[in-house]
Design a protein around this ligand. Structure first.
Ligand SMILES: *Cc1c(COP(=O)(O)O)cnc(C)c1O
Length: 393
């Protein structure tokens, strides 16, 4: 039996003809930039994440960049994050001109080890990006406490954790500003790139709203006012003959980073299914946990009072390469997340890390692998995955 790591075609089939209808209607509507579908998805995301505001952006990476920019982070600043995550978490820090500062992770949860954060704080530290890796929320109470003591901002990289909860609260509501991705293979995936920023801070909302569209027009003016912290009258009142607040009047150097209307239409069809899909992932994870408990594989560890959405089901093995090869020979796909911790990536060579600096992340990068856990898996496929895996040990 051939089993992919994720089956996007099966998901599309399960939602037809709704998906095609939504796409065709959006096409005919021809309101392609920040139309009603984006607005609708933003409302749903604000609700889902317990946040006041949500803004659709072009990708999860851009969500991180815009969040950092909104917090005023740039050249000369340092941002603490995990070295065991997708590259974009740290890439975004570098993109705004700041320095990524990597703090090692916990061997069992794969998330940042909060006991090691304080040693890495300097007078240039401005923020911590907490990553909820593979769907499990990071230690947000500890992170927020450290941030408060040192006057740092906290950003959640919730790209892998849409729908997850921490002490009963949804991810996205546990920090100053949070980032989501709709990359096709994420738990809620579009038909292309997409992302979302959520926050309950009006100032940050205004900044991201302006930055995602060239810092222009009325949204640009409102952000500009907020940054300056002064009363700036509306264009109609100023009598300014140059700045009249329409489209081509720019107040900030921003980005072209809007969530596409067609993507939003697709995502609006999929979003009502998310809770059920996440539920299935959790159910399958429990099945896997039980079935693999007596093997030499280490199954995922989820801390109490948090609900993972198992974006990935990641196992550890002392003989990973052998197990993965045997499993692939049986046509069960696997994924390695992540083969190179970020501090050892060539792109971050300039930061000066060497092997041995962050031993837990390095240890994990040689032992972890993911097996399929997508919600469309049937019972026979799941048993095949498990029996193949046991035969591969
Ligand atoms: C996917 C992902 C991103 C980036 O999202 P894109 O939409 O692909 O830009 C950032 N951080 C993490 C942890 C991710 O998994």
């Amino acid at each position: 039996m051939k089993i992919p790591l994720i089956d996007l075609k099966a998901q599309v089939q399960s939602l037809e003809p709704k998906l095609s209808e939504a796409v065709v209607n959006t096409l005919k509507e021809a309101n392609y930039i920040l139309g009603s579908e984006v607005k609708k998805l933003e409302q749903s995301m604000a609700e889902l994440t317990g946040s006041t505001y949500a803004l659709g952006v072009a990708s999860g990476t851009d969500a991180l960049v815009l969040s950092l920019r909104a917090l005023g982070i740039g050249e000369g600043d340092e941002v603490i994050t995990s070295p065991f995550t997708f590259f974009a978490t740290a890439e975004a820090i570098a993109m705004v001109g700041a320095k990524p500062v990597f703090v090692d992770v916990e061997e069992d949860t794969f998330n940042i080890d909060t006991t090691k954060i304080e040693a890495s704080i300097t007078e240039d530290t401005k923020a911590i990006i907490a990553v909820h890796l593979f769907g499990q929320p990071a230690d947000m109470d500890e992170i927020n406490e450290i941030a408060k003591a040192h006057e740092l901002f906290v950003i959640e990289d919730a790209c892998q954790a849409i729908g997850a909860t921490y002490k009963g609260r949804p991810v996205g509501s546990l920090s100053d500003i949070a980032c989501f991705s709709f990359f096709p293979t994420k738990n809620l995936g579009g038909a292309g790139d997409g992302g979302m920023v959520v926050t309950s801070d009006e100032h940050l909302f205004k900044l991201v709203r302006a930055l995602r569209a060239h810092g222009s027009g009325q949204n640009g003016l409102e952000a500009y006012r907020d940054i300056l912290g002064v009363e700036l009258k509306d264009h109609e009142e100023t009598g300014d003959s140059v700045y009249q607040g329409a489209k081509y009047y720019n107040y900030l150097v921003g980005y072209n980073s809007r969530l596409d209307e067609l993507q939003a239409a697709v995502l609006n069809v999929k979003l009502p299914m998310l809770a059920e899909w996440n539920q299935k992932r959790r159910f399958f994870a429990k099945e896997y946990d039980q079935s693999l408990s007596k093997t030499n594989l280490v199954t995922p560890f989820i801390k109490p009072e948090r609900e993972s959405v198992y974006h990935m089901y990641v196992l550890k093995s002392e003989e990973r390469d052998k197990v993965v090869k045997n499993l692939n020979d049986r046509l069960v796909a696997t994924g390695i997340y992540y083969p190179v911790p970020l501090h050892l990536q060539k792109a971050f060579e300039y930061l000066g890390f060497v092997e041995g600096d962050l031993p837990v992340a390095e240890y994990l990068s040689k032992r972890t692998f993911a097996i399929p856990i997508y919600p469309e898996l049937g019972i026979e496929e799941r048993s095949y995955i498990l029996s193949s895996l046991k035969d591969s040990l």
